[in-house]
Design a protein around this ligand. Structure first.
Ligand SMILES: Nc1ncnc2c1ncn2[C@@H]1O[C@H](COP(=O)(O)OP(=O)(O)OP(=O)(O)O)[C@@H](O)[C@H]1O
Ligand SMILES: [Mg+2]
Length: 254
């Protein structure tokens, strides 16, 4: 049975998508069968894995409004063993379209139950909000992984996020657990990054992954080539870091 990990933080630009793409690709590189799901209307995971957002027949949007099956929404083997359910700007309307839908928090979970057995890991990239899409992701998930950017306001919003996770756990998904936090965009040339890591560690109870993702220009370039880092620049510091993170994630049992 696959482990479903929601990558969430309502703060924008903290590395959710970069982590979704490259953790997924690194898990696949290690022989795991992986499905990554883009639940952000920005569609950055979709384009970052080389799909044209405007040329998609089915996306997470059609899946959520019941216009296609989950099998029809999955694009297979974007790289070896890595499948994706893509997204594009159409998804922006889904919240309003489903406003009166029954059990709308469970739509993704119910769909995923049909394919969960086929994967070792299902990684869900969340939008930068605590919207119905993020709630759907958390309701489907076993765990929530929170990327934290090594910058001054790193802790801002974290308590709100933990509160949301607890609400989802109480009301929608009693088995939900915190996978933990992963620090991103660590800059070894400044003291600030180090101070942020120490400060956040002092203030949170959650598991902190030992692997820290460095600020690495190759990680920022890779999406414009539609490639995950392990294929774009397999020997870069970014690729090595995401490999180590994948190993830690595999080793962590829930
Ligand atoms: N480790 C890194 N090194 C260098 N650049 C990075 C790194 N991680 C992310 N970036 C860059 O920072 C920007 C934000 O990253 P990303 O898109 O992964 O964040 P996000 O949390 O998904 O953003 P959003 O909230 O908009 O969905 C992107 O331009 C990305 O390429
Ligand atoms: Mg993103």
């Amino acid at each position: 049975m696959g482990r479903v990990i929601a990558i969430a933080n309502q703060k924008g630009g903290v590395g959710k998508t970069t982590t979704s793409i490259n953790l997924s690709a690194s898990l696949a590189e290690k022989g795991k069968r992986v499905l990554v799901i883009d639940t952000d209307p920005q569609g950055n995971t979709t384009s970052g894995l080389g799909l044209d957002k405007n040329e998609l027949e089915n996306t997470i949007y059609e899946l959520m409004i019941g216009e296609c099956t989950i099998q029809e929404a999955i694009v297979k083997n974007v790289t070896d063993r890595l499948d994706i359910i893509p997204s594009n700007v159409n998804l922006a309307a889904v919240e309003i379209e489903l406003i009166d839908a029954e059990q709308k928090e469970y739509i993704l979970k119910n769909a995923l139950s049909k394919v969960k057995d086929k994967y070792d890991f299902i990684i869900i990239d969340c939008p930068p909000s605590l919207s119905m899409l993020t709630v759907n992701a958390m309701t489907s998930a076993n765990t929530v992984l929170v990327p934290i950017q090594c910058e001054y306001y790193a802790l801002e919003g974290l308590s709100q996020l933990v509160h949301t996770v607890n609400l989802v756990k109480d009301r929608l998904n009693p088995d939900l657990e915190m996978e933990g936090v992963v620090f991103t965009m660590f800059d070894s040339r400044t003291n600030l990054s180090l101070q942020v890591v120490e400060n956040v560690k002092e203030h949170i109870q959650e598991n902190v992954y030992k692997t820290i993702i460095p600020r690495n220009i190759r990680l920022a370039e890779a999406p414009s080539y539609g490639l995950p880092i392990n294929i774009y620049e397999p020997k870069s510091a970014g690729a090595e870091a995401y490999r180590l993170l994948a190993e830690e994630v595999i080793a962590r049992k829930f």
